[in-house]
Write a protein that binds this ligand. Sequence first.
Ligand code: FAD
Ligand code: NAP
Ligand code: SF4
Length: 688
Amino acid sequence: MTVKTANSAFPNLLTPLDLGFTTLANRTLMGSMHTGLEEEKGGFDKLAAFYQARAKGGVGLIVTGGISPNARGRLAPFGCELSKFWQVSKHKKITDAVHQYPTKICMQLLHAGRYSYHPFSFAPSKVKSPINPFTPSAMSVRQIKGTIKDFAYSASLAQRAGYDGVEIMGSEGYLLNQFSCVRVNKRTDEWGGCVENRMRLAIDIIKAVREKVGEKFIVIFRLSMIDLVEGGNSWEDVVTMAKAVEKAGATLINTGIGWHEARVPTISTSVPRAAFTWITEKMKQEVSIPLVTTNRINTPEVAEDVLSKGHADMVSMARPFLADADFVQKAAENKSDEINTCIGCNQACLDHVFQQKRASCLVNPVACYETELTFAKAKISKRIAVVGAGPAGLAFSVYAAQRGHKVEIFDRASEIGGQFNFAKQVPGKEEFYETIRYFNKQISLLDIKVHLSTEATAEELTSAGFDELVIATGILPRKLDIEGIDHEKVKSYLNVLRDKQPIGNNVAIIGAGGIGFDVAVFLAEEHEKSPLVNNKDKWLKSWGVDQSYQNDGALLSKSTSEETEITPRNIHLLQRKTSKVGAGLGKTTGWIHRATLQKNGVKMLAGVTYKKIDDNGLTIEIDGKEQLLDVDHVIVCAGQESQRSLYQALETSKSAEQGLHLIGGAKVAAELDAKRAIRQAAELAAVI
Ligand code: FAD
Ligand code: NAP
Ligand code: SF4
């Protein structure tokens, strides 16, 4: 089966790419993602189903998650490696599954170097990474030469396993990138010093791999085109390396952006779309093999734009293929509005991987659960009422309707989306609009009846003859018991984000969870005429990225990056806990939220006791000392409580035949996020 391309709006994206000895069906590359299935018992069967779904959906080329060529290069003690012949058969499950479709698949060879999370890690020099507690040992020349052999042998095993090629991971601060930069490479032998010495390991590996696998095997090199760390490479060094990579026999160069330890966001939702493709474009002047560009490209429109401008020959998207396996097929059929778009939240993918949990996707809980979370056609088509059109109610409705049930949704609000309508207002969270667009489209495709501005009551629901009642009524903001809580200075986050009430320049925010941070960003950046996400150049400058590449690592001097505006507001973000403010935020994004507020001069205070609110402001106590925050407004973002009154009424009034179910924030409000709400909804829809 091939992807249908009926007069597609994406001609560049869907044009095949001739690599000489083989042709890729189109210009989409599913970028490497570790899923956690690599190490699970029976995980390769699940991985095969995961990759097969993406091949069926028409992606041109898949690159697997990183597989180490030897034990010391593993990311974690039991990380996946391909170094022995007996390991070939499990990889064959993947390649056989993918090759039922015209998609090609390359295995990524990744040696983690000092990013290995175990005590036997090694690196060019004994220099510890700031994001890993283990100090690496410096590699001996013998170990370096052994590593080259291991890469080549592993590539030959990948070839035996049926892969169409390998991607050699030379970016994001892993071993080969550690060698190529003076940041970690302090060697004085022929593997350190000048760029020719620093890149020797990468180049010798490409040559050794090419020699072992022959000419008709794809060899991608992922080159760090912009290190974004001090001690990173100059543009001249990166170009020297790219030319050597081409000469050594690589088929494609994929773009790497920033080390994992870089303090510049590179993929989170607040990064403007396609913010880094200019770097691949710059490299296009220097080499002649095809280049792949990457990072925050999440729609076919953006991908097409990048290709049509000549920034690259292919586009790598990783998380967008978690969010929607049929991304390419939908684009080819001019149905891009049906794509479930990756919102760049990292909540179910990267955050999971960093916690050693299986990856999935917030907007697509089926990702990496293809064999476990399935939606068979229902034997009996039931009439189902869903109350609440937030993420939980919407996800349930779509999956249930796909199974053949007749679904009607009721919401008291005038639009669908629930709290996502507040989230999307936050600067840097505009991607949340896409999820609402996706659900709106699915509602019309699946003929789901939606009753907006309709308060559902127990009486109506029980008398209308529904077979099943699904209550997804969400939450109510928590009410606080502080002296003066009813003072006119006090507002809830809904007054700010939903009602857009005017807020003064001096503000205290009670509660520093996800919503407290979002409200702080909203208030800090409200003055921006064009939000940073719409202004790539300004965004890059604000995070210290030097687009002229005058400095090593492409970092601006601190003073230049600090020239960007800060908020005219004086904001205090407060919490009772004594831990670091923001410690509970997402593993891979919390630092970005904190840095954004720090740049805006927001004062974050922990260990706060709230004493009273009056005309003078908010009186608090920290370490036994009372202080007055002379603020115009106090915004309460102190968590939420389930809204369950309808469910409770239905428990007593529904008929015996009617099924009654509670999902999302209405079920448990504590630590509820959209990831949990949507997965819970999908799991119910799969069995109802
Ligand atoms: P809700 O989204 O609250 O939806 C409930 C719906 O039920 C509402 O539309 C309401 O109008 C309707 N309703 C209630 N009672 C009735 C009734 N009787 N009749 C008719 N309709 C009724 N989560 C994340 O995972 N990541 C984030 O980055 C994130 N950012 C956020 C930012 C902000 C500013 C906010 C406010 C929330 C954010 N969240 C985030 C939280 C996330 O939005 C919620 O976890 C999620 O919306 C909960 O989904 P739900 O469907 O259970 O409830
Ligand atoms: P939250 O993350 O639970 O934070 C609530 C905050 O209020 C905490 O800082 C808490 O800190 C404080 N608080 C709780 N009870 C209080 C009380 N009685 N008095 C004073 N302060 C109190 O909840 P949220 O911020 O409302 O977010 C709701 C959900 O949406 C969360 O689960 C979150 O994951 C999700 N969300 C996620 C994101 C994201 O970017 N991933 C963004 C927004 C929301 P102290 O107890 O220390 O004071
Ligand atoms: Fe994208 Fe979030 Fe899904 Fe990850 S969890 S793939 S970032 S939508």
